[in-house]
Write a protein that binds this ligand. Sequence first.
Ligand SMILES: Cc1ncc(C[n+]2csc(CCOP(=O)(O)OP(=O)(O)O)c2C)c(N)n1
Ligand SMILES: [Mg+2]
Length: 317
Amino acid sequence: MDKLLLEELYYLMVLGRQFEYAAKEHYMQGNISGFLHLDIGQEALSVASMKAFEKGDVFTTYREHVLALARGIDPGSVMAELFGKVTGISKGRGGSMHLFDPSHFFYGGDAIVGGQLPNAVGCAYARKLQGSEYGVLVLFGDGASNGGAFFESLNIASAQKLPLVFLCENNQYAIGTRIDRVSPFEKQANKAKPYMPTMEVNGMDLIAVYEAVSKAQQYVSEGHGPIFVEAMTCRFEGHSMSDSNSYRSALEMNICKSKDPIESLKKRLDPGMAETLESKAEKEIEEAVAFALNSPEPDISDLKKYTFTRELQHVVS
Ligand SMILES: Cc1ncc(C[n+]2csc(CCOP(=O)(O)OP(=O)(O)O)c2C)c(N)n1
Ligand SMILES: [Mg+2]
């Protein structure tokens, strides 16, 4: 991989992790309320998939801050959204789980597990009718692939040969429920095999994810129909800020953290460059937090604004 791209990807992973540490701190201070799902540990998957699928539409889970940053959305507007401020990317109305930015073709998260899957199918159908060359990417967890919406989405995407990349972020947990209690397979790709080709990749390996998602986009853009990519990954924190993570042993956590994608990539960079990128990310996150803290709350008189479709701007262009 090109050195400059590698450095950019390293920067985005560090930016993402520092964003998450800052969000955690401000959640504990009471500046952020509602749910907060951190992506710490899973950054390789988030960053590499967004950069590989730079052109095209993206639908995600609620664990989406790092995805949004890697998509190029300003960290200040993402942080302000978490703070519920009017300058947030969803005008302070969505919060952590509903980052939405059509100008980046980023339709963000869904609090309903798997809810983004049918939405992505609809978008892929539209893109097929429009003859778009990029296709659609939908990210979802291993837990989501036990739900009905998942199978319905595989079915219709396959029947209609839609340009849709299914990207399963398999961290082996749905909150505190380990995958083997709710799924007959550890690899969720087994469920997709009757419908479409599948690929499996190490989600802690940034370059492997980048290559897999690039190939998958190429495949859908050639009009072959959907494809399924499964990335095995590992989250370092609890499911959300309200989860103690007590169901995972110290040994399991040590193994998980030994695969840290930031530490792995750092070994491949010039140490001076890595340090420069880390300081740059730190500064950008400090500015993002200051922006969020200093931004105003939404005005109460705007409470009903954006509730009805006539007030929404054009969404999928
Ligand atoms: C339809 C629905 N059922 C249950 C929940 C509660 N819930 C929130 S997150 C979650 C776990 C999802 O796990 P997974 O899809 O593996 O994603 P991860 O958080 O591991 O990335 C559950 C059950 C929900 N939000 N929506
Ligand atoms: Mg999971």
